[in-house]
Design a protein around this ligand. Structure first.
Ligand SMILES: [Zn+2]
Length: 310
């Protein structure tokens, strides 16, 4: 049976039941006062699906309150389809694709996909390399930063025009964490690494100047790509380079027009799928369910889409 034929992807009541079972595993919780016992499911004909009434504070509520779904008119079963599609496709799904597949407007698809990226965002991965683990650190350049004006740039070397991304990968947990950076130098990168990597960790980078002073904070070794070296045994950055290639192919093929303002959200999306990938023991459905839990507490009100629709 196709996964997409499951009732929660088609039937609104089933969709609510599914989301409630994940977000409220022990039954409904009033978002206003925290009441767990004295809640009643509203069953009237004119009552909207998923409405409960809290008998403690007398306010009605649904599972959408305080989540990325709040104040959205999109049907819950379409949200579930969108989350599943974004979680299950390795390189992501463009807003245009969501718009065509779900039958919502392009603008709605754009909002949905950014909210889902927010649900995927996980700021509490903890220190990388804790317990003396190994962390690969590398930076990459992608896209085209329209906000930077050309100065004395040599043709063909567009690094200054590209967005700069720093990523860390914990080899033991197989997890990635990525961030947008303004500059690729020691002053910018070292504090970010120190903030996210445990003191006892061992760090491997390439020979870039930005990492030269890393040894002052962490056990550090590097490979000299310039000298044609790919690595010496354990000392390599091949894991992170593999990760960058997924990310770059996706950003090029699916999200061509990403602006700097939203780049961190795309990074969160790629990190998320990587962290919950099959190799780390997660199925497509589990990856979707964890994103559903991430929808809680991420109520969003942000800027309108403009030219940046992808
Ligand atoms: Zn209440």
């Amino acid at each position: 049976m196709s996964i997409l034929s499951r009732p929660e992807f088609h039937d609104e009541q089933a969709a609510y039941d599914y989301v409630e079972s994940k977000i409220w595993p022990n039954g409904p919780v009033c978002p206003k006062c925290g009441e767990k016992e004295r809640t009643t499911k509203m069953q009237g004909k004119s009552t909207r699906i998923g409405t409960y009434k809290c008998r403690a504070c007398r306010k009605p509520f649904t599972v959408k309150v305080g989540t990325i779904f709040e104040s959205s008119h999109v049907k819950m079963h379409l949200w579930l389809q969108a989350i599943y599609l974004m979680c299950a496709s390795k390189k992501g799904v463009s807003s245009n694709q969501l718009h065509r597949t779900l039958g919502v407007t392009l603008k709605t698809a754009w909002f949905m996909s950014h909210r889902i990226r927010e649900a995927m965002r996980n700021d509490s991965l903890g220190d990388f390399g804790s317990g003396g683990g190994t962390v690969e650190v590398d930076e990459t350049y992608i896209g085209h930063d329209q906000t930077i004006k050309p100065k004395h740039e040599k043709k063909g070397r567009g690094f200054h025009h590209k967005y700069k991304v720093l990523s860390l990968i914990d080899r033991n947990t197989g997890r990635a964490k990525s961030m947008v950076v303004d500059k690729v130098n020691a002053k910018t990168l070292i504090p970010l690494v120190n903030e996210n990597v445990a003191k006892e960790a061992v760090i491997y980078t390439d020979e870039a100047a930005a990492y030269k002073s890393m040894y002052k904070h962490h056990k550090h070794d590097f490979v000299s790509h310039g000298a044609g070296e790919y690595g010496r045994g354990e000392i390599h950055t091949n894991t992170i380079e593999g990760y960058f290639s997924i990310f770059k192919r996706g950003m090029k093929g699916v999200y061509q027009h990403c602006g700097k303002r939203n780049l961190h959200r795309y990074l969160a999306e790629y990190d998320y799928r990587y962290n919950y990938r099959v190799k780390n023991g997660f199925s497509d459905t589990e990856r979707t369910d964890i994103a559903l839990l991430g929808a809680v507490g991420k109520r969003l009100t942000y800027q309108r889409p403009n030219q940046e629709v992808n």
